[in-house]
Every structure is written in C-alpha cells, then in structure tokens.
Design a protein around this ligand. Structure first.
Ligand SMILES: Nc1ncnc2c1ncn2[C@@H]1O[C@H](COP(=O)(O)OP(=O)(O)OP(=O)(O)O)[C@@H](O)[C@H]1O
Length: 262
C-alpha cells in the first residue's frame, strides 16, 4: 500500500491580512481588512463613493502604501517584481490615445520587454501574435487593432483595456470601476467579457463597483465595503435589503469645516 499525501491546497490568488490605510490629514480609508480570494473566482467590491474601494486596489498594486498589513499574491508577498502577475483594468481605460489598439495591448507586456523594443515599437513576435489573438478574443477586428485608440468608442476602449490586462497571463485581475463611464448595455457586455475571459484563463478577478445590479449579475462573491470596513461578504443571493442599506448608508461627512471670509 502506498501512503500518498494529499496534494497541498492551492494558495489563494490574493490574501490580505489586517490591511490598514490612513491618509495624512484624511480618513482611515481601510481599517484592518483581511480576506482571501480563491483562484478563478469573480469577486466584486461593492460600496458607495468614499467607502475605500480604490484605496484597496491601489494598496494591492503599490500605488498607495498601506500603514499596516500584508498582501500576498498566490502565496507570495506582493513586491514590484511580481506586479506582472496582476492585470489592471481602469475606470478611465488607462490607454495611450495616440497609439493603436494593438500597440496599447502590447504595452501591457512592457515589464517583460527590453526598453529598446518598447521605444521602437518592435515587440517580439510572440507578443505581437498574442496581442492579435487577445484583440480578437475581446471582439475587435483587424481594423480596430490598427486604429488609434482616440478613434474608438468607450466600450471598444475598454475591450482594448481588458486585452491589455490579459497579455501577461495574470493570475489576478484588478478592475477599478471598469464600466463607470459606459451605458447600461455596453456595461453588461464588458462585465460579461471580463468574467468569461478571466474564467477561461483561471484568473481571479477583484472588481470594484457601485452598481448593485451589475454586482448581483456577475459576481460569484460580493464584498461590501463601508467606511473602510468589510460589512458584507457572501454570494449575491445573500445580499438582502439589510445588507444593502448597511453598505450604502450615508458616509460620515466628518467635522464641519469653517471657512474664513476675508
Ligand atoms: N490621497 C488622498 N488623501 C487623503 N484622503 C484620501 C486620498 N485618497 C482617498 N482619500 C479618502 O479616502 C476615503 C476612501 O477613498 P477611495 O477613493 O478609496 O473611495 P472609493 O470607494 O474608491 O470612492 P469612489 O467610488 O468615489 O472612487 C475617502 O474618504 C477619500 O476622500
């Protein structure tokens, strides 16, 4: 008889422990946040304006330095070097308007491309091929691929943004209000695309949203944030009226300011 050990459980795609951020002369935007996101899951951080959603995502990518806490991606402490294991989708698309769609997608591989190749727009052939495949995957044609981004619609721009986020085969995709500037029909298409494209690749998604209907329709799990605290964590079916009113209760407006009048 062979005594085989059971396989070690896979590390979570993302693990946050006691993450805390207080801005200087500002509020405590995140207060002792701990959570694990399993590989392949589609998680929505739902909260009103000022609840701490952007700060949470910015701490993970290193744009904001937390005051305390630990961030692990696939079991490894988050550093600049493993930033390439994360794909980012931005609210304002974060694309270079004067470059073509294909050049923008390839730019997502900048961290693994020699500088001279980036400056000359001479990306290696495998990167070029992959950019074309990804643009096709997000529903764009060859004509779109060769068009400057400034000549695309908002929905088309976000398709380019998703393709760019996928080019390094990330294990985790962070999407910060990815449909905030899009109409309802385009928003639904983009959310579905993000979910499907991530699932095909086994990537986990952490997506911040303030739209309840979109969170309900696309999330496997909803994390409700209010005043920098997690006040709900569960599947969409459990997001009842009480949970929603707790998540969207009016934020504390802070001390009243007095302005000196000259
Ligand atoms: N650089 C900063 N300096 C000081 N306070 C900040 C800074 N950035 C954010 N804040 C404050 O931290 C809190 C959380 O902000 P954050 O942007 O993370 O919220 P959010 O949920 O993403 O809001 P929105 O949906 O409006 O983008 C808010 O009270 C905000 O005013």
């Amino acid at each position: 008889m062979t005594d085989r050990l059971p396989p070690a459980p896979a590390s979570p795609a993302l693990e946050l422990t006691a993450l805390t951020k207080s801005y200087r002369n500002g509020p405590t935007a995140l207060d002792d946040i701990s959570l694990k996101i399993e590989q392949g899951s589609f998680c929505v951080v739902l909260g009103s304006s000022g609840s701490g959603k952007s700060t949470l995502l910015k701490c993970i990518t290193g744009l904001v330095t937390p005051c305390r806490g630990e961030i692990r991606v696939k079991g490894r402490p988050m550093t600049r070097r493993n930033l390439r294991t994360i794909g980012m989708v931005h609210q304002d698309f974060g694309l270079s308007e004067r470059l073509t769609s294909a050049q923008n997608v390839m730019a997502g591989a900048a961290a693994i491309t020699p500088l001279w190749r980036i400056l000359l727009q001479a990306y290696p052939l495998p990167v070029q091929r992959k950019a074309c495949q990804l643009l096709a995957r997000v529903g764009l044609t060859e004509a779109h691929a060769n068009r400057r981004v400034k000549a695309l619609s908002g929905g088309q721009k976000q398709r380019v943004g998703i393709a760019r986020a996928l080019i390094t085969d990330p294990s985790l995709i962070l999407a910060d209000e990815p449909v905030a500037s899009l109409d309802p029909r385009t928003s639904a298409e983009i959310m579905q695309l993000l979910k499907d494209a991530a699932r095909e690749r086994g990537a986990a998604v952490l997506c911040s949203l303030h739209q309840i209907d979109l969170a309900r329709a696309y999330a496997d799990r909803i994390i409700g944030l209010q005043g920098g605290h997690i006040i709900f964590d569960g599947p969409p079916a459990q997001l009842d009226r009480a949970a929603l009113s707790a998540i969207f209760k009016a934020e504390d407006s802070g001390p009243h300011l007095k302005f000196a009048v000259a």
